[in-house]
Design a binder for this molecule. Structure first.
Ligand code: G3P
Length: 300
């Protein structure tokens, strides 16, 4: 599995590269703004991005800001032209740039993905929230598809009436297994007195329970990634899946167990992956047990 770092903070990028486990960088306009703002006008955004591209050991994803395919294609070419001489660049295109209910822009992302990919520019399709969107991204020839695991977990919890910041925190693990078992239990209760299969199938209570804690048959962010991988493997798509919007180390483990191609991780999630209470405790014990004769072994 490749690991990308999801940040525009050069210090974080450099530090994580020094650990020897980074294969690429993903950014977005908000991450770049935050990082450049911290430099108090000492460096232009363009020079700052150049520095990221020079520093990264693999592709740096840079996002367009347009909403029509013409704009996105033009901006994608510009970003590629400006920065690809400094290192590897992938262009982030939203799967669907539409903001309003108005659906006229729905297919502009796909058109841009197809065109830029045909020109040999690597496209990273962002804001993927369904397996269906991921299928279209692969069909359009994307190099990478980025499903947003954490945001799907947020969405499912929000639909259950849970508020981020109150009922759960951004980095909290979403225990969808427990949720599935809770749903199962409630369903069994609701089905108990039914006289026929049809009665169960048509029961309002049953249907309301079935629809809770899921998003159109997707049960969590990790489940979203599992389903996308299954589709890509079924057809041999070359598009690599980047597990994005990852919030905690356990999610990283779960997408790794699925064999995801890449996970893009915030600095703090990466830091969390190396920690365990018993590792620190074991370390303390070893250090306490170092006797002088052992120490002498290391004297030059
Ligand atoms: O990789 C996508 C990421 O930048 C969004 O993460 O945690 O804000 O959903 P998050």
């Amino acid at each position: 599995m490749k690991i990308f770092i999801d940040t525009a903070e050069l210090d974080e990028i450099r530090e994580a590269i020094s650990w020897g486990i980074i294969d690429g960088v993903t950014t977005n306009p908000s991450l770049i703004k935050k990082a450049v703002d911290k430099r108090n006008g000492k460096i232009s955004m363009e020079d700052y991005i150049k520095e990221i591209v020079k520093t990264a050991p693999g592709p740096v994803s840079l996002e367009v800001i347009g909403q029509t395919s013409e704009e996105m294609i033009r901006q994608g070419r510009m970003l590629h032209e400006k920065f690809s001489s400094f290192g590897e660049v992938a262009i982030k295109i939203p799967i669907n740039p539409s903001i309003e209910e108005d659906d006229r822009l729905d297919f502009e992302g796909l058109k841009a993905i197809r065109q830029l990919s045909m020109e040999g520019i690597q496209v990273n399709v962002t804001l993927i929230m369904t397996p269906e969107q991921a299928l279209l991204a692969a069909k359009a020839g994307a190099a990478y598809a980025s499903p947003f695991a954490g945001r799907i977990d947020d969405y499912i919890r929000a639909n259950l009436g849970m508020k981020r910041g109150k009922d759960f925190q951004k980095g909290d693990y979403f225990d969808y297994d427990l949720l599935c078992r809770a749903r199962e239990k409630k369903l069994n209760e609701a089905m108990e007195n039914a006289k026929s299969i049809r009665e169960i199938y048509e029961s309002r209570d049953v249907n309301s329970l079935v629809s809770q804690g899921q998003d159109n048959g997707v049960y969590s962010g990790v489940d979203l990634i599992a389903r996308i991988l299954r589709i890509y493997r079924a057809y041999g798509f070359k598009t690599e899946v980047i597990a994005a919007s990852i919030r905690n180390p356990r999610q990283v483990r779960e997408v790794a167990e699925l064999g995801v191609h890449i996970a893009t991780l915030p600095f703090d999630v990466l830091r969390g992956m190396v920690k365990h209470y018993k590792t620190a405790e074991g370390m303390r014990r070893f250090m306490d047990d170092v006797v002088p004769q052992y120490r002498i072994l290391f004297e030059e």
